[in-house]
Ligand binder design. Structure first.
Ligand SMILES: *Cc1c(COP(=O)(O)O)cnc(C)c1O
Length: 359
């Protein structure tokens, strides 16, 4: 199995052991006589996979299974931009949004289709090169929405805002299960699996049961959290294979020290790369200007001499490094180093950054 150094921002690298086990299950799941692609979503075999995935996610997050529900949905994180306000906004209510870049703006735009979305903090005036200060959160908001890791801009919340009694809702797509946090602070978390924990096609929603109780009840079934929770994510056919791979990735994470172990690895990789970027300020310009706001998993930077961009990418490709081009909206470069990205790859990239700077 040939493996390049895969910096893809999502879908992204998965652990080799997980790929091998998934490949074998595509042929036959345990001793079922069927491929994981052939089992019924109402069969015992799937039920076991589903329960394992739920339990491991809650265990890794460190939240109480009695208080939170896990849902596996389709439609990507992008559908959650719409489902959150649809389910949580009541007539006259509003969502309080923190604007930290492209993805949070998309969440705000979708919320405005449903009702009132107010921006309570924004770093757009700094072109999202840092995170904004979140002052006092208005206590009459239905919820506060943050994007914990800004995949495109390269910022990440390392300290959570206090929201008093207002439910905190997070788009955690690109750092879900990538660092330890006090996850009991969130009333709801959603994440597309394809950055850190699985293949594209499954979106994980972790929601506090008490929030479900006050969610809108009379909605089209497919868009209703209450329906998906009541039906244990099998109101319709869920993304079976994706859920299976998520369970395997969670198993792999536990074998690697759980969230604390994974965070330590992610910190090590980030330190290797930022260290070399900072060592050559005449060559590289990290795009995030406040070091405390830097993402552990998406390292964004530019070359001072933009005319050397193609040369930089060609040199990387010669070392089997792929996926480094920055998002088309911001340009420059982005080294996405999610959970399964190997420390040894980060070390090789750090070496390349040195070599390129000296050349
Ligand atoms: C990738 C990403 C999304 C979009 O996810 P889809 O699953 O493609 O809809 C949303 N928010 C953040 C923070 C992301 O990184």
């Amino acid at each position: 199995m040939r493996r390049v150094i895969n910096f893809n921002p999502g879908p992204a690298v998965l652990p080799r052991d997980v790929l091998q086990e998934a490949a074998s299950s595509v042929l036959e799941l345990s001793d079922s006589g069927m491929s994981v692609l052939e089992i019924s979503h109402r069969a015992k075999a799937f039920e076991a996979v589903y329960h394992e995935a739920c339990e491991r996610i809650l265990g890794l997050l460190g939240v109480d299974a009695g208080e939170y529900e896990v849902l596996f949905l389709g439609g990507g994180a992008s559908l959650q931009f719409y489902m959150v306000p649809l389910n949580l906004l009541h007539p006259g209510g509003y969502g309080a949004y923190v604007d930290t870049g492209t993805w949070s703006m998309k969440a705000i735009q979708q919320a405005r289709r449903i009702g009132d979305a107010r921006v309570i903090a924004s770093s757009s005036d700094a072109r999202y090169a840092r995170l904004p200060e979140i002052g006092q959160v208005p206590d009459d908001a239905a919820y506060v929405h943050i994007t914990t890791n800004n995949t495109i801009e390269g910022t990440e919340w390392h300290d959570l805002p206090s929201t008093g009694g207002v439910p905190l809702v997070a788009d955690m797509s690109s750092d879900f299960l990538a660092c330890s946090r006090d996850h009991t602070r969130f009333a709801m978390i959603y994440a597309g699996a394809q950055k850190n924990i699985g293949p594209a096609g499954v979106t994980v929603v972790v929601v506090r049961k008490s929030l479900l109780e006050i969610a809108n009840a009379d909605l089209p079934e497919m868009l209703s959290y209450r329906v998906h929770a009541r039906e244990r994510s099998v109101y319709n056919t869920p993304p079976v294979f994706g859920i299976y791979v998520v369970a395997l990735v969670c198993r792999w994470m536990e074998a690697n020290g759980g969230l604390a172990g994974i965070e330590a690895l992610n910190r090590k990789k980030a330190a290797l790369v930022y260290g070399r970027l900072d060592a050559h300020p005449d060559v590289y310009e990290p795009t995030v200007v406040v070091p405390d706001d830097r993402s552990l998993v998406n390292v964004t930077f530019r070359l001072r001499d933009m005319s050397r961009e193609a040369e930089f990418l060609d040199g990387a490709r010669a070392r089997e490094m792929v996926g480094l081009k920055g998002h088309r909206a911001v340009g420059g470069f982005r080294a996405s180093m999610y959970n399964a990205f190997e420390v040894e790859w980060a070390a090789r990239f750090a070496e390349y950054l040195d070599d390129f700077a000296r050349s």
